[in-house]
Design a protein around this ligand. Structure first.
Ligand SMILES: [Zn+2]
Length: 1016
């Protein structure tokens, strides 16, 4: 019954296809019809079979060779483009994979029309090869290309592969590269970067053990299997799934052969698992009233969510059919599988999609819809995804947002978790807001990229922010320009014109221009190729009785259309859209006398992809016409609202051993995107010392758009806390003193611009002047020992530093060179960090090398190089946060910082720090298969200085450590140490616990710093 419907509807689709072809004059595309027959061996994990391709050369050119994609070879070794990209994006799983986990395709012998032809592998890419034709294929001619093949199925490292005996067969058969109006497109398989293939019809025959359940592209033509699948689905629907086992049952000794057919497709994928549950449903398409069957396949792992997944497939098939164009195929399916593609939730194939990971109901619907939507923008409209990823991911994300908006009243497409967005103060009920803030943050920091770049040109974050979010945002802008009805009409025309065809941005532009009669160069040539967008500026407000006038200047070269709104506070009184222009124009607005217009604003609804928005508002009254009104918010981290100078107020709590509990008020302005001037103020009252303590900073951030400087920050900061607790025993009583320090710092930082944004290597320099005042540093006592007077200690330090960062996956390197000039000393230090992998493993040894020397006099001993990581006393610039600085509390006193010799034994005796020179090597050994626990070993040379007391120059320690990632927290248990270190512990008065030290680097958790530097 279902199958007969399928055949009739396929015929209708074919006819429709042909009649539309005529509309594109001069357009041509190659056609490849496939007949593939394979057998799965689930013991050796191989696929063996034969393929026949009927290749029709519809181009005007004669072809003397054909580029072939042999993409299973992407998993062959570490030299493939896929393997290299995996390393580049930070994943070492494939790089360190064992040989029997890798995959390849072999046993190939290509024949053309029955004659064996030579196969030449591309010198760079083993997954691309060329077959040379003895007789050229003339324009209009069809040849038959055949080959046997065997695929060794890899473990799942990306899209294709096996997870136990779950088989995901994608990009698995030999396939010609596309030959189009721009020539050949031989491309290697990649993780970041999708596909481009020729259309044609598929016949696929799969033989595998009887008890496998298969979800595949296209129509299942094996009647017995079709009935079996439906019976299974009916059983799943009728019973409650209580099993939780994920074990694979033994495979049947008998096999079955399944036949599939799919017309007008550029790919074919299939998924086989013995454990699959099946659910089925169907939808009737609104226009043709054709029935589309829907199936989902899932294991016990996600059964609660997936049991409803057919509803999502149904609803998304209908949504896209109504808004874009009718679904052309007879079946739509989703599979609960595995994906090892960086941050990918799902992956689309024609009529079938695979999702990896855990989802709640809403996010499952979201991802299913996105992937089902790709049937339109990828499956049916076959754009070149590798070169123009926005044309499938961006446009599809735009429709996905519309779906999420329609059914959930929110369009948090592929975005951050809602609770984080809420914390950031982003209105998640408005998808445009999420995309707007992400883009603004990237653009402000010179980290945004245009949406029309090649897949491999994007940084990892921008492949998400740019290709998905920003492209969807820009499509929405196009919709707002045209109005939804007109936009939908043109997009439906786009769908009809380019279904089952290849399309480029210039074709889309031509279609928009033909449909509207307007020039769309500003959008399709400029907006999509510009990372920063247009920049309109509003100035010179004039007011008449019924009309107002303002001057608008476009500071960019992009004549993008824009809107101007008359505002009363936050309310929009009237919005007008204007055709874009370059240069300046005066615009006029009528207004009603009863309107109280407070300001005029460009793009009040934030529709336009404009990164510079500070010049978008003009007040209609008052002296400071361009200053933004002040807004005070309560406890949100704060995304910047360009309409307001936002100040966030929040109660804050603190604690340290000297000051005890502290309570105060935090005040700061927005964090995202980094404003030009940022400030943080955190005054607190310390209950232990009854003092006012706290910290604050004000910074100026400049991100020049050109030149060698990418970021300049100049900041002033102040902090003041107690740095100790001293008991003075005087004649009558005990006096407790809480000496307090004051730190004033002026700092300039420069990050140099990278030539290529996706390049990992970066350089920066910084200069700072630090003034320290330590109150109560010295005392004078009278003859009775009574406290008379105290004196402060003051010093000033200038510091210049250079940083080189190369955070590559296999050989990360970091270099820091610091020159420090105090009142009476100058010292120089160099720190180098790297990681050495254990052979064939992701884990390895973290290496830190340090060398420091005084040039001449050394000054006060607190500036000395310490063998152990600095404690509160030797942290002379008060850079670190100590739970108990200079405390006598034995536990807290053993806090060390990641600095100087970084020995883990907290001993600071003279001779174990140096006023001359110190060199150290720190080694942290990860333990394979054991998380968090590691071994450490340190060696050092301490040059004898004036303070040395006949100690050895060579020192060492080693032991066991527990550490959290990113050097945030670690505890060190020394087991061996050099004699001088051991001697520092008197067995009479100390215990082993005195030798245990810990590191807690709270500075690395500074959220403002993290947002300012967004390093991806
Ligand atoms: Zn996608």
């Amino acid at each position: 019954m279902h199958r007969s419907i399928a055949i009739i509807s396929a015929l209708i689709v074919l006819n429709l296809h042909q009649s539309l072809n005529a509309q594109l004059t001069g357009y041509w595309q190659q056609n490849v019809d496939y007949d593939i027959s394979v057998t799965l061996n689930d013991v050796n994990h191989t696929l063996t079979g034969n393929i026949t391709m009927l290749y029709t050369n519809n181009s005007p050119d004669e072809l003397t060779f054909i580029w072939m994609h042999l993409w299973p070879n992407a998993y062959k070794d570490n030299q493939t483009a896929f393997a290299k990209q995996k390393v580049l994006t930070g994943s070492t799983d494939f790089y360190f994979a064992k040989d029997d986990e890798r995959g390849y395709i072999d046993n190939l012998e290509f024949s053309v029309n029955g004659t064996v032809v030579p196969l030449t592998y591309d010198a760079e890419n083993p997954d691309i090869a060329k077959i040379t034709l003895f007789k050229p294929i003339a324009s209009g001619e069809t040849v038959s290309i055949t080959t046997p093949f065997r695929v060794q199925i890899p473990k799942c490292f990306s899209r294709m592969g096996r997870v136990g005996q779950q088989y995901q067969m994608t990009q698995w058969y030999p396939k010609p590269a596309v030959y189009d109006k721009k020539g050949w497109h031989p491309i290697p398989y990649l993780d970041q970067g999708e596909f481009y293939s020729e259309f044609g019809n598929f016949k696929v025959q799969i033989t595998l053990p009887e008890n496998y359940i298969v979800g595949a592209s296209g129509d299942l033509k094996t009647a017995a299997e079709f009935d079996k699948l439906n019976a299974l689905a009916d059983k799943t629907a009728a019973t409650t799934l209580t099993e939780t086992s994920l074990d694979f049952p033994p495979s049947s000794t008998t096999t079955k052969t399944l036949q599939y057919e799919l017309k007008n497709s550029h790919d074919f994928a299939w998924f086989a698992d013995k454990r699959f549950h099946v659910m089925r449903s169907s939808v009737v398409l609104p226009e043709s009233e054709r029935t589309v069957l829907t199936y989902v396949y899932f294991t016990n792992q996600h059964k609660e969510e997936w049991i409803k997944a057919c509803d999502y497939v149904n609803r998304s098939v209908l949504f896209y059919s109504e808004n874009v164009g009718e679904y052309p195929w007879n079946i739509a399916q989703a599979v609960d599988g595995t994906l090892e593609v960086e941050s990918a939730g799902g992956m689309e194939y024609p009529t079938i999609t695979v999702l990896g990971g855990d989802y709640d109901a809403e996010s499952l619907d979201n991802v299913v819809t996105h992937e089902v939507g790709h049937n339109w923008f990828y499956g049916i409209i076959g754009s070149n995804e590798r070169e123009h990823p926005w044309m499938d991911e961006g446009i599809n994300s735009y429709y996905e947002n519309r779906y999420m908006d329609a059914y959930y009243n929110r369009g948090n497409a592929l975005g951050l978790p809602t609770f984080i967005l809420d914390k950031l103060g982003v209105d998640t009920n408005n998808v445009d807001n999420v995309q707007y803030h992400m883009y603004q943050t990237m653009a402000r920091q010179n980290k945004a990229q245009a949406i029309n770049l090649h897949s491999t040109d994007y940084t990892m974050i921008n492949y998400g922010v740019g290709v998905y979010l920003q492209s969807a945002y820009i499509m929405k802008y196009l919709e707002d320009n045209l109005g939804t009805d007109e936009f939908d009409r043109i997009m439906r025309k786009y769908y009809k014109t380019y279904q089952f065809k290849h399309v480029y941005p210039e074709d889309m532009k031509a279609l928009f221009e033909a449909e509207t009669g307007e020039n769309f160069a500003w959008f399709f040539d400029m907006i999509i190729n510009d990372a920063l967008g247009p920049d309109y500026k509003i100035s010179k407000f004039q007011k008449g009785k019924t009309a107002m006038a303002v001057d608008i200047t476009n500071k960019s070269e992009i004549p993008a259309s824009f809107s101007v709104s008359l505002m009363e506070g936050d309310s929009v009184l009237r919005t007008d859209w204007f055709r874009g222009f370059t240069g300046s124009q005066t615009l006029y607005f009528n207004y009603k006398p009863e309107w109280n217009v407070t300001h005029l604003k460009i793009d009040a609804q934030r529709k336009m992809p404009e990164s510079e928005r500070e010049n978008n508002t003009i007040q209609t009254a008052g002296i400071f016409k361009t200053i933004e009104p002040l807004q005070v918010k309560f406890i949100v981290l704060g995304v910047d609202n360009p309409d307001r100078t936002t100040v966030t107020v929040s109660p804050i709590l603190g604690w340290n051993e000297n000051n005890k509990f502290m309570l105060g008020l935090g005040l700061w302005n927005a964090a995202m995107p980094t404003p030009a001037i940022d400030f943080v103020a955190a005054p607190m009252y310390a209950f232990g010392t009854s003092e006012l303590v706290g910290q604050g900073s004000i910074g100026y951030n400049l991100y020049p758009k050109k030149g060698f400087i990418n970021r300049l920050r100049i900041a002033e900061s102040v902090s003041s806390y107690s740095y100790g607790t001293y008991q003075l025993l005087t004649t009558g009583e005990t006096t407790t003193i809480f000496p307090q320090y004051l730190k004033l710092q002026s700092k300039a930082e420069i990050d140099f611009r990278k030539k290529v944004l996706s390049n990992k290597l970066s350089h920066s320099i910084s200069y700072r002047n630090v003034f320290i005042r330590e109150n109560d540093a010295f005392f004078s006592l009278d003859d009775n020992g009574d406290f008379v007077e105290s004196y402060a200690n003051e010093y000033m330090v200038n510091e210049v530093a250079y940083y080189l960062k190369s955070p590559t996956t296999l050989f990360p390197q970091f270099l820091k060179v610091v020159g420090e000039m105090g009142d009476d000393y100058t010292k120089l230090s160099l720190t180098y960090n790297t990681k050495i992998h254990y052979p064939g493993m992701t884990k390895g040894i973290d290496v830190r090398l340090f060398a420091g020397a005084f040039l001449g006099e050394a000054g006060d001993d607190k500036h000395n190089f310490t063998l152990a990581g600095n404690n509160g006393y030797y942290d002379d610039l008060y850079d670190e946060i100590y739970l108990g600085r200079n405390t006598s509390d034995r536990l807290l006193a053993n806090q060390i910082s990641l600095s100087d010799g970084f020995f883990k034994v907290p001993v600071y005796n003279y001779g174990l720090n140096s006023d001359n020179m110190l060199a150290a090597g720190n080694f942290e050994f990860a333990i394979p298969k054991v998380p968090l626990i590691g071994l450490f070993a340190d060696v050092a040379y301490v040059a004898p200085g004036t303070a040395a007391e006949n100690l050895d120059a060579f020192q060492y320690d080693a032991g066991v450590m527990i550490r959290l990632p990113k050097n945030i927290f670690a505890i060190y248990f020394p087991l061996v140490m050099s004699a001088n270190l051991a001697d520092a512990f008197d067995p009479e008065t100390t215990t082993y616990s005195d030798k245990i030290s810990f590191m807690l680097s709270l500075n690395t958790l500074n959220i403002f710093e993290i947002i300012r530097k967004l390093e991806f």
